[in-house]
Design a protein around this ligand. Structure first.
Ligand code: PMP
Ligand code: GLN
Length: 378
């Protein structure tokens, strides 16, 4: 059997969740909510199967879902104007990223990845014959555009970017996109923009999509996930925005991979988009971030960057231990009974980050239980 990628045999998310289960630890590792989802979504899913949305959906996606996504995107604070030729429903964002890469890569093409990065990018590049080229973000998770510029050469086919960012919660500003646009202006480089936490930005931080940038729009895939939008990570449905040309290339692959996406889920998502309140959802997650930060404030962790977005907070533990972050995360799970993700898992080479990532998309009682467990040992 050929090993087609350099990723591990078991992802860090599966590994830490299994360890949490084994040791009955509070699981703040893998990013999934433990609170109830909106009852109306459950009802809509049941309604979908009763209304006979049980056979193959159209290859690009359920028509109503696509129409409602066009409206939804045009109603954002900074509107994203798209037509149906720009939207394809995908079975999750990871699949969207994979399929975008499959659509554009030839063997030997280079793809630039900004570290720390989500774990599916590198295997998805490699399985499709590409070569990942790594550029580190700065210590406070900004893009080093000088380093990015140096990494670009005639073999560079694409750059994968991720804002709002996992694991740091950093959000790119419009000026960052301006700088990126300038760097790629005279090239054919395609931008694959992972934007799964688009609706979860906090305080005054505004989400900006690569697809909103006039100079990037024609050369980017912007990839979204209903898993994070609606707190239903198990549904595994997302969508991909791209120019007509890139969408055609994407669909040429998609029609032979998944072909189409779970039909009842698409119906439910289409209907739910009509009643979903973006601002309410954003505020409730901001409250969760604030609750988490407040609950953890007397523990001896240090915060490098308060999460501007998303589900996660990175915490430094230099004052607690000299262990590597993986060993520390294992110790924390087995002994203190709280699971996290070591931040080194988001880098291609071993490095000591002395920090772990906690998921705050949890019930208040879950966070409080984690704090009680930690207080006994820290
Ligand atoms: N990208 C990032 C940054 C993520 O955190 C995740 C996990 N939600 C994904 C992609 C994958 O999303 P999905 O479950 O929709 O495949
Ligand atoms: N996106 C989730 C996280 O970052 C993990 C999803 C997965 O398990 N692959 O925790």
């Amino acid at each position: 059997i050929k090993r087609k990628h350099s990723g591990s045999d078991l992802t860090i998310f599966s590994e830490m969740s299994a360890l949490a289960l084994k040791h009955s630890a509070v699981n703040l590792s893998q990013g999934f909510p433990d609170y109830e989802i909106d009852e109306r979504l459950k009802k809509l899913l049941a309604e979908a199967t009763m209304k006979n949305f049980n056979q193959y959906a159209p290859m690009p996606g359920n028509q109503l879902l696509i129409e409602n996504l066009i409206t939804f995107n045009s109603h954002r604070k900074i509107p994203i104007e798209v037509a149906k030729e720009n939207v394809t429903i995908s079975p999750g964002a990871s699949y969207g990223i994979y399929t975008a890469l499959a659509a554009i890569l030839n063997v030997g093409d280079e793809v630039i990845v900004l570290e720390p990065n989500y774990d599916s990018y590198v295997p998805s590049i490699e399985i499709n014959g590409g070569i990942p080229v790594f550029v580190s973000l700065t210590d406070d998770f900004r893009v080093n555009f000088a380093a990015l510029g140096k990494a670009i050469n005639h073999k560079t086919k694409a750059i994968i970017i991720n804002s709002p960012h996992n694991p740091s919660g950093k959000v790119w500003r419009k000026e960052d996109f301006d700088q990126l646009a300038e760097l790629v202006e005279d090239s054919q480089i395609i931008i694959i923009s992972d934007e799964v936490y688009d609706l979860l930005t906090y305080d005054e931080t505004e989400f900006y999509s690569a697809f909103q940038h006039p100079k990037l729009r024609e050369r980017c895939f912007s990839i979204f996930s209903f898993g994070k939008m609606f707190h239903i990570t198990g549904w595994k449905v997302g969508y991909v925005l791209a120019s007509e040309e890139l969408t055609s290339a994407y669909r040429r692959i998609h029609q032979y991979l998944a072909f189409s996406v779970n039909a009842p889920a698409q119906y439910a998502l289409a209907k739910y988009l009509e009643i979903f309140k973006v601002e309410e959802n954003r505020k409730s997650m901001q409250l969760k971030r604030d609750f988490f930060l407040d609950a953890f404030k007397d523990l001896p962790f240090n915060i490098k960057l308060k999460a501007e977005s998303g589900y996660f907070q990175i915490m430094g533990y230099e004052k607690i231990s000299q262990l590597s972050d993986k060993d520390f995360a294992v110790w924390l799970t087995e002994t203190a009974k709280v699971a996290s993700i070591p931040v080194s898992a988001f880098y291609h080479e071993n490095r000591d980050t002395f920090s772990v990532r906690f998921c705050f998309a949890k019930k208040e009682e879950t966070v409080l239980e984690a704090v009680r467990n930690l207080e006994k040992y820290l």
